[in-house]
Ligand binder design. Structure first.
Ligand SMILES: [Zn+2]
Length: 153
């Protein structure tokens, strides 16, 4: 019997190819195993670093491919993203970290600015989240005020 749905090239995971290539068919950028391993290693190091700074948060790593291997870490609704510069000599696996940004995956989503360290990025995010919280409190205060002033019950 024929499969009703053909497996898409987009659902196929990265596979090993000669020459150290580790790349999915949908990507096709010839990402390398060395690049993947470096991303995985850096993600783990970043998670350990943030575990020390914020021990109450369980940080987990995520490594993914999209025209190169990338990584981030998340702890609950918090995420720390890494901005890399790949325009350095040495091949695909070579990059240097330009900055970190922290995101809060809530509604509304809050995204901190790019900062030199992940700790400062999280502090920037927390300051932004605090501002949003104050705005929400002000909205709530005005809603309560308006509701109590209305004659319609
Ligand atoms: Zn790839």
């Amino acid at each position: 019997m024929k499969k009703a749905i053909q497996e898409s090239r987009y659902s196929k995971p990265a596979r090993h190819l000669p020459g150290g290539i580790f790349c999915a068919p949908w990507c096709g950028a010839n990402c390398t195993k060395r690049e993947h391993d470096r991303a995985q290693k850096e993600a783990y190091k970043l998670a350990l670093r943030m575990q020390q700074a914020y021990p109450g948060v369980k940080w987990v790593t995520r490594v993914w491919e999209n025209l190169g291997w990338h990584y981030q870490i998340s702890g609950g609704a918090f995420e720390v993203h890494v901005m890399k510069d790949r325009n350095i000599p040495g091949g695909r696996h070579c990059w240097r970290i330009l900055s970190y940004s922290a995101w809060l995956q809530t509604s509304p989503q809050i995204i901190g600015d790019d900062k030199a360290t992940p700790e400062v990025a999280v502090q920037d995010l927390l300051a932004k989240a605090e501002k949003v919280w104050k705005e929400v409190c002000l909205i709530r205060k005005n809603v309560v005020k308006l509701n109590s002033a209305t004659k319609i019950k």
